[in-house]
Design a protein around this ligand. Structure first.
Ligand SMILES: CC(C)(COP(=O)(O)OP(=O)(O)OC[C@H]1O[C@@H](n2cnc3c(N)ncnc32)[C@H](O)[C@@H]1OP(=O)(O)O)[C@@H](O)C(=O)NCCC(=O)NCCS
Length: 139
């Protein structure tokens, strides 16, 4: 999908403050600056979208990956004021294209799909797996 007019996709992470703020306003769980530093420095691929007029970072997504076959999409988030303009689609298409361009054939590309993202992910070809996603919870 061509990028909506007035926006620019950058193949790099946003700033640390922008990352934390985009997560916050998109309703994702709060993270610390230390956690954000790791995410910004060590993702396999990262992109974000800026509104050209304001210069603000308004959408982002990243890939965790081993560079061989296993890739996990994370941090898909669009500022609510800029949602439903195709920005999330452009981010996800870019992340997938990056895997196709830089990784060996037949990559395994996964993500955990919250309700808000499911239609978008399905539209781009993601399907539910029979495996149950699990998380280590330490109280
Ligand atoms: C999920 C999320 C990243 C999608 O971002 P987005 O920028 O709104 O994504 P898109 O605009 O590409 O697609 C969203 C919808 O807008 C529609 N859309 C795209 N361009 C459009 C346009 N110009 N006019 C109207 N609708 C449009 C898409 O068809 C899509 O519809 P669908 O969900 O029924 O398939 C965003 O909703 C978000 O940040 N949610 C909160 C955080 C979250 O839950 N993240 C995902 C965790 S798994």
């Amino acid at each position: 999908m061509p990028l909506h007019e007035g926006y620019e996709l950058r193949p790099a992470p946003p700033s640390l403050d922008e990352y934390l703020e985009l997560r916050r306003i998109a309703g994702l769980s709060a993270r610390t600056p230390d956690q954000a530093r790791g995410a910004l420095a060590h993702s396999w691929a990262f992109c974000h979208i800026r509104e050209q007029q304001s210069g603000h970072a308004v959408a982002m997504g990243r890939t965790l990956g081993d560079g061989g076959w296993y890739f996990h999409i994370a941090d898909m988030a669009t500022d609510p004021a800029h949602q439903r303009r195709g920005l999330g689609t452009s981010v996800l298409e870019w992340l997938i294209a990056e895997i196709d361009a830089r990784a060996p054939a037949d990559p395994y590309i996964s993500l955990l799909a919250d309700d808000a993202g499911q239609p978008l992910y399905r539209r781009l070809g993601f399907v539910p797996t029979s495996s149950l996603g699990m998380v280590l919870r330490r109280l």
